[in-house]
Design a protein around this ligand. Structure first.
Ligand code: UDP
Length: 347
């Protein structure tokens, strides 16, 4: 793992493997040295980085390879588990295969269908699919995507998404939570905003932040925006005076998901936040043109709007004004995905 979302989605798998007595170890590539350790800490897992090789950019996976191969030789594991679609995941899968080890992919089978995208995620997801022995699909749709690419049925496991497990570990008793609506009756409507994708960099981020700034001009709206460390000052300038927007450093995971559960609206380009908003029943605006997570956008209070400020604003105003909250989505599983994965891998 190398990034915050990998830490969050693999922490439950690590804990489930350990609970079954497997000697799982975490290898942190150092891709997000500022975000990953605190994400692991939310699960009381120390960042026992076996080794770090901080590398960024499009050639990152290739630069990470030698260190990973050395680590695999030194520790001689029985297999390699990777998650999602990051440079670290791709490097891990490649290193595993080149070392003659079976590779297992958690959150396998997501496809946006955007093969011509200049951004590497779709290529990485599909590439890891070619390299993996076991494919842990988070949803039936993801399983069907894998089957359509010729992966044998006995290697596809519809395990559920481990993000539900993560939320279950961090927010126990969530379903018993009494829903208050609106969440901040005294202080107005609460909007959580995150923007971090490479495809949004520059113009896209400025457009999203500009729309949020416009929305925050409403006296009844308060926007909390944990800015990703990669956000540039040029992008942040789109917030203008910043009236009504609280720009904060990345929020620790446990606090972030509590905020998201309380929020009246999430505006995001993040994959994980899309899923969490759907699971927690928070209205969602996804600022992308395509998504590999259509399940998160299934309800009436979730919409894919791209980065056009007017479209973002129109959807935000509609959701905030009607004040409805969608039901908790069960599309991502029952919160026992990690144990299913651990059971198969330790069998
Ligand atoms: N997150 C967090 N603190 C924040 C913002 C996000 O803990 O201030 C969590 C969020 O709950 C989600 C994950 O980080 O699980 C999403 O990470 P990111 O948006 O970087 O990546 P993506 O999910 O798009 O791969």
């Amino acid at each position: 793992m190398g990034t915050r979302p990998e830490a969050i989605k693999l922490a439950p798998v690590y804990l489930a493997l350990r609970a079954r007595g497997a000697g799982a170890r975490i290898y942190d590539t150092g891709q997000h040295p500022d975000l990953l350790p605190s994400a692991l800490a939310a699960f009381a897992i120390p960042d026992t980085a076996v080794q770090r090789s901080p590398q960024r950019g499009v050639s990152a996976p290739l630069k990470m390879l030698p260190d990973m191969q050395r680590m695999l030789r030194a520790h001689a594991p029985g297999g390699v588990i990777v998650q999602g679609d990051t440079a670290s995941a791709f490097a891990g899968a490649l290193a595993g295969v080149l070392s003659g080890l079976p590779v297992h992919h958690v959150e396998a089978g997501l496809r946006s269908g955007d093969w011509l995208s200049p951004f590497p995620e779709e290529f990485i997801r599909a590439g890891i699919g070619r390299l993996s022995a076991q494919h842990f699909a988070p949803t039936p749709l993801a399983g069907r995507n894998l089957a359509a690419e010729g992966i044998a049925a006995d290697r596809i496991h519809i395990a559920g998404n481990t993000i539900v497990d993560a939320l279950r570990l961090i927010l126990p008793g969530r379903n018993q939570r009494k829903r208050t609506r609106p969440s901040q009756s005294a202080g107005g409507k609460l909007v959580v905003l995150t923007v971090h994708r490479r495809e949004s960099e520059g113009a896209g981020t400025r457009a999203i932040l500009g729309a949020a700034a416009e929305l925050a001009r409403r006296r009844d709206v308060h926007v909390i925006y944990p800015a990703h460390p990669r956000t540039t000052t040029d992008e942040l300038a789109a917030l203008g005076s910043g009236h009504g927007i609280e720009v904060v450093p990345p929020i620790p995971y446990a606090d972030f998901v509590q905020l998201l559960a309380r929020a009246d609206l999430a505006i995001t380009d993040s994959g994980g936040v899309q899923e969490e908003a759907a699971i927690l029943g928070t209205p969602l605006i996804c600022c992308r043109n395509v998504t590999e997570r259509p399940e998160a956008l299934a309800g009436t209070h979730a919409r894919l709007v791209g980065t056009d400020p007017e479209a973002i604003l129109a959807a935000a105003e509609q959701f905030l004004d009607d004040g409805q909250r969608p039901a908790f989505s069960a599309a991502f599983g029952d919160g026992h995905a990690a144990d299913r994965i651990a059971a198969i891998l330790t069998a």
